[in-house]
Design a protein around this ligand. Structure first.
Ligand SMILES: C[S@@+](CC[C@H](N)C(=O)[O-])C[C@H]1O[C@@H](n2cnc3c(N)ncnc32)[C@H](O)[C@@H]1O
Length: 217
């Protein structure tokens, strides 16, 4: 099932108009702090759902990880490759418009259309601000779809966001720690690593380690 057209259009418009306050100009401090502690071998391919033009993908790639990002907005992906270095290969695969630059492959299209056969080599997960891009009911589908894609034993880092109490506009939506647990706890082992300092606008990020659980784990 696809994402709702109004949500899709809102994200496409944001990228077209440059309303991308969530984008960071440097790799995320929590990624730099926690990823090395996970001991994930450098050749392991990392899935980055709803990736935007995140520089975190470049940080992972510089550490030897093949990266597979998925993003609705072609504008975001064009900006990412234009701001990077190296030749960009483009091709169509399974309904996605894929761009490849070095060891980063960017699948342009709807995450909910990305299926297990395409996820075959994925061995790690990095999710920052994916969950908060989606309205509540879609967040449940997101958590379920992610669990379908990821094999048992795969670990990753999740960074979510809470808005100030009473500030319930979105996107980005506020996703509190109870909801993160509700969404993921039956398929993933979750460890809450930290909450960042609240920003001036009242936003606060929560950082989680997660491991996909399997029937025998
Ligand atoms: C809050 S932004 C976070 C981007 C990136 N992870 C970061 O940390 O900068 C959420 C992103 O999800 C994308 N998005 C929303 N729904 C999507 C979907 N169904 N499939 C793929 N991308 C989607 C939006 O275009 C947007 O770039």
């Amino acid at each position: 099932m696809s994402e709702k057209p109004e949500v899709v259009n809102e994200w496409l418009a944001r990228w077209r108009e440059g309303r991308i306050g969530f984008h960071r100009d440097a790799p995320h401090p929590a990624l730099r702090r926690y990823w090395p502690q996970f001991g994930i071998p450098s050749e392991t391919k990392v899935l980055v759902p709803l990736c935007g033009k995140s520089l975190d993908m470049r940080w992972l790639a510089e550490r030897g990880h093949p990266v597979l990002g998925i993003e609705l907005s072609g504008d975001a992906l064009d900006q990412f490759t234009a701001e990077g270095q190296g030749e960009v290969l483009r091709y169509h695969q399974d309904g996605f418009e894929v761009r490849r630059q070095g060891n980063i492959e960017l699948w342009g299209g709807d995450f909910f259309h990305f299926h297990i056969e395409q996820a075959a080599e994925i061995g790690a997960l990095y999710d920052r601000a994916a969950l908060i891009a989606l309205p509540e009911a879609t967040r449940q589908r997101y958590a379920f779809h992610l669990a379908q894609l990821i094999p048992p034993g795969v670990r990753g880092l999740l960074i979510s966001l809470t808005r100030a109490p009473g500030d319930d506009r979105g996107p980005p939506y506020s996703v509190d720690t109870d909801e993160v647990r509700r969404l993921f706890a039956h398929n993933f082992e979750l460890t809450h690593l930290e909450d960042s300092e609240p920003e001036e606008n009242g936003w606060q990020e929560s950082v989680w380690a997660m491991v996909r659980q399997g029937p025998n784990m």
